[in-house]
Write a protein that binds this ligand. Sequence first.
Ligand SMILES: [Zn+2]
Length: 506
Amino acid sequence: MKDWKDFVEIWDIVLKNGKSSENNRFMEVYGVYGTSFNHSEEFRCFMARDKREKFLIVSGGSVFDLFEGDKFNISGNIVKKCPLSNHNSSLIRNIFPYTEPVTVGENPASIGLGDRLGLASAGHLRLIKGKAVFPVLAQQSIRELNLTGRTYDDVLAAAVWAVFQEGYKKGYGADGDHLKTEEEVRMALKCGFTMITLDCSEYIDNSIEGLSPEELMDQYELIDESVMAYWERKYLNRTLKFGDYELSINIRELASAVLIYSDAIDFAESIYKTAIRDYDRAVDFEISIDETLTPTSVKAHYIIAAELQGGGVKIKNMAPRFCGEFQKGIDYKGDTGQFANEFELHSKIAEYFGYRISVHSGSDKFSVFPIIGDKTHGSVHLKTAGTNWLEALRVVALENPGLFRRMYKYAIKRLPDAKKFYHIFTEREMVQNIEKYSDGNLPELLEKEESRQALHITYGYLLCDKDSGGRYIFREEFFATLHTYEETYYDFLKKHIGRHLDLLGI
Ligand SMILES: [Zn+2]
């Protein structure tokens, strides 16, 4: 059995002959990711794997001593076998600038591919190969960091290793997703993140939608007169044009938009001015008003867009809350005709004001992807996250059914706790009984909405919970299974996320 050490014996020949056509053979024979074999002057390095883990091999150059790892002498070649640590990843970022995250730039389409496990990104890079889409590989919310016990440094390092492993040089983004405070925004920027998604939900007043017309106007009347005059002068009963479209806003619509969104607009403007605008590098700034109970009406969207523009706030994306439901892990629920009509107007407003629509919880929304692709002409950001976790569980269902059964039952037990963080329709009693499924049929559970949702949102407990002896219940066996079946996982991702891109027309 040959391994990475045998590869070091032949790497002079590999360099001389050019390597690319033999990348697959290097994996089969030596466990070496051929696409990662790279050099910079005297420095040489590559990534490899054994039965237990992945690692980095480095040699030569003035940076050699900076890497943490164990030294080996292989026929006179002094090399170091290094863990895929955050420290080593930041060295790789310095040596190979293509591994640094960048902004989306002129790319029309981008896709957020949040990877809660730090394992999926290489598969994501394989699936977007040859497609005109910019990948945002590192993308986590603070909620996800808390539930998985990771930091932004960990999340970014995982993306760097994936980019390096695959030899991907076309640029990728890193999204500090659903950040709610200036402190969180600054922390993500400091870690190197290139995109900030500001979650304005805590500044959105969800009580307004339920008010009667009289109650609504009573509340509106409480607004300071000069402020009210400002809103009415700008928006009330005027023809507001955006491209070939126009709309007009009556007093009730205006009152409602002002009461629901004016604090959120102020918040977005203040974060932009204090933390984003003067930052020492470019940042893709996204405004999210999606994680709230109140759907964003087209007219309210127009007002928000016009106010942000008036306040000098430059945004890359806006994530409205659309009609219908975008629940985790399942298809769109709602009236697709109404969605198509409203989405067209939302995307025209975005186009007019010079940003893109961002669609959140975008995993598995197959029935609306063609509409999204069509109305935006592919100029859109789609965020997906949890679905690659479900694809990881598909690998477990297929290759380690015993583990899958234990995890499944535990997910059902923990479902009520997870529901405190995520809005889904599935209740504990609704989740399919796994005893009715033979081992061979377990992957079918990943086609059922209820079991998908239960598994989708309990990831934090499944990954991080420990038994009474302080040992992880599933974590080690889960990661070991995915390590063994790495290629299977990439294939599943390619098939599943690939379907998203196909339907979007990308
Ligand atoms: Zn969101």
